[in-house]
Design a protein around this ligand. Structure first.
Ligand code: CA2
Length: 152
């Protein structure tokens, strides 16, 4: 099992400011947290963070034929990017969206997610734990799909 873990703009600055919204820990700590969760489930985790929309699209495309699933926090592109939505739809891999903060309790422009329209599930407002839930959900979802396939 292999997951691509994709992060959008400014997530690399985590921990620098706004700790009441995003927590005190930095991006490296987030990567380590996610890696530990994946390792415990024998899932290979491959990480990518970019501040550039097209690079995120390229990486989602690269997941096709290589990854079993995608965990994505597109950050601000969540609320603007039809390109990321289309890329997720194009590759057709199961994807789970995660947001550290509760986007529905913040400014109204954060209430809509384009990426979420192509995701099987969204976790928000749980900090790092949202990724733990996302990993477990995606793992179970893919294993369930495989079981169904082998039964037919
Ligand atoms: O809650 C989330 O995970 C978000 O995806 C984080 C994005 C935000 O644009 C989304 O609406 C919700 C922002 C990511 C990082 O922003 C920083 C801001 C200040 C200091 C460091 C990072």
């Amino acid at each position: 099992m292999k997951f691509y873990i994709i992060h959008g703009p400014n997530i690399n600055l985590l921990g620098l400011r706004e700790p009441t919204i995003y927590g005190k820990e930095n991006y490296e700590a987030l990567v380590q947290f996610i890696k530990n969760q994946c390792d415990a489930k024998q899932i290979e985790s491959v990480f990518f963070q970019s501040n550039h929309e097209g690079d995120l699209v390229d990486y989602i495309q690269a997941a096709y034929g290589d990854a079993d699933g995608i965990i994505i926090n597109p950050a601000a592109y969540t609320h603007t990017s039809v390109a990321i939505l289309d890329a997720l739809k194009a590759v057709g891999l199961p994807a789970v969206e995660v947001h550290l903060s509760n986007i529905y309790e913040r400014e109204s422009f954060r209430h809509h997610s384009y990426a979420g329209m192509a995701c099987i599930k969204t976790y928000y407002g749980m900090g790092f734990d949202g990724y733990k839930e996302a990993i477990a959900y995606l793992n179970d979802y893919i294993k369930g799909q495989n079981t169904k396939k082998s039964e037919t």
